[in-house]
Design a protein around this ligand. Structure first.
Ligand SMILES: Cc1cc2nc3c(=O)[nH]c(=O)nc-3n(C[C@H](O)[C@H](O)[C@H](O)COP(=O)(O)OP(=O)(O)OC[C@H]3O[C@@H](n4cnc5c(N)ncnc54)[C@H](O)[C@@H]3O)c2cc1C
Ligand code: SF4
Length: 342
């Protein structure tokens, strides 16, 4: 691990000011940025140990747990999840489990109990890909680590790589689960930075790889996520997260579906769908939603929606199985959500 300066902040403003001390010129948050915030550290420290990330300054933001960023609130304006809330706290919160089961399940099905007790919600959505070539410094060809170096995964071992949102520069899968629940529920992200605070749709937080896979989000230099906000959505009580993986726990998704369903008179009045384990970014499947609205849920409509969701898939070698797996995962999620006893 490369030497670094450790600093601790107790307020969001203090964190932003400290974070900037190492950045000259100002760098957008990326794997290469010289200044990094430290929350649970379960991703950052891991990558620092591997030398994939080599920040000069690490600003510990855990004391922000004692600010609104450490709180969960549920009321008429919906759900507020502070960015420093631990994954386990949010997963076990009764208001989250009752009103947005898809959120609680996405968190509970992630990582291990120990990791969920350490890891924060903010760190979770910003975790980096598990692409082996990215994590192993002995491979030079990784555009995400070294822009312009190539991509070893394109013609390499790519069974776990993405089939949606890919580019010819990077096919790394976005690894998180919670993000699919947030994007399905149209959540927004509160961000604080050197130029003030702003709120952005969660759907605009992550960037597809395109020509710049090393820039993964739309966050500006020094910006800190302070909270996630989900509007009230009474029918989200009928929601579910289905995750398929190589082993039943402590494993990332090969395919996942976050679904919320509003059914009346046997027909789909409204539906939200997001897909995990198959895309380079948290993936909202709007075309599948459109295909289902106003329809009954039966074998034909489910199949049509699943095919639509993967119409743009670009498999590459070993990951071709993810098209069928992703479709079946979505169909299963929709069926099981429809069958929930409320
Ligand atoms: C073996 C293993 C299995 C796992 N399985 C899963 C899984 O199945 N599903 C899943 O979703 N995850 C899984 N994870 C990932 C784990 O959930 C993440 O490592 C964790 O959520 C990251 O949160 P953290 O608080 O530790 O982030 P950190 O490691 O502290 O930070 C991660 C990144 O986010 C930045 N950051 C953190 N907080 C903020 C903030 N508020 N504002 C701006 N930037 C911030 C940091 O600077 C850093 O770049 C697994 C991890 C391991 C090690
Ligand atoms: S898929 Fe992306 S992260 Fe993996 S080697 Fe290629 S450029 Fe790097």
């Amino acid at each position: 691990m490369h030497p670094f300066v450790y600093a601790r902040a107790t307020t969001a403003q203090g964190a932003i000011e400290t974070h900037h001390l190492a950045d000259s010129p100002r760098e957008a948050p990326s794997v290469r940025a010289r200044s990094q915030y430290l929350a649970g550290g379960t991703n950052l420290i891991d990558l620092m140990r591997l030398d994939v990330m080599q920040p000069e300054l690490v600003t510990d933001i855990n004391a922000l747990e004692r600010t609104p960023s450490g709180r969960i609130e549920y009321g008429a304006r919906g759900l507020w999840l502070g960015a420093l809330v631990k994954m386990s706290q949010a997963a076990d919160h009764p208001d989250v489990a009752a009103n947005y089961p898809v959120i609680a399940q996405s968190l509970n099905l992630a990582a291990s109990a120990q990791l969920r007790n350490m890891a924060s919600l903010g760190g979770n959505v910003l975790q980096r890909t598990r692409c082996t070539y990215f994590r192993d410094m002995s491979y030079a060809a990784c555009n995400k680590r070294s822009p312009g170096a190539g991509c070893a995964a394109l013609d390499g071992v790519n069974r776990k790589h993405a089939i949606l949102g890919v580019s010819d520069r990077c096919i790394a899968t976005y690894p998180g689960d919670f993000a699919q629940a947030l994007i399905a529920l149209d959540a927004v992200v509160d961000v604080a930075g050197p130029s003030g605070s702003r709120t952005i749709p969660f759907a605009q937080l992550h960037r597809r790889p395109d020509h710049t896979p090393h820039i993964e989000t739309t966050l500006q230099p020094g910006e800190l996520i302070t909270a996630f906000v989900v509007s009230p959505l009474p029918w989200a009580r009928r929601s579910k997260f289905v995750k398929v993986r190589d082993r039943e726990s402590f494993e990332f998704a090969l395919a996942a579906a976050a679904v919320a369903l509003d059914i009346a008179d046997g027909k789909v009045r409204n539906v939200r769908i997001a897909l995990g384990g198959v895309a380079t970014v948290p993936w909202r499947a709007r075309s599948a939603e459109e295909a289902l609205r106003g329809q009954p849920l039966n074998d034909d409509t489910l199949k049509a929606a699943a095919e639509t969701a993967f119409a743009e898939a670009r498999p590459r070698g070993e990951n071709a199985f993810k098209v069928a797996l992703g479709q079946q995962t979505l169909i299963r999620a929709l069926r099981e959500t429809a069958e929930m006893n409320l």
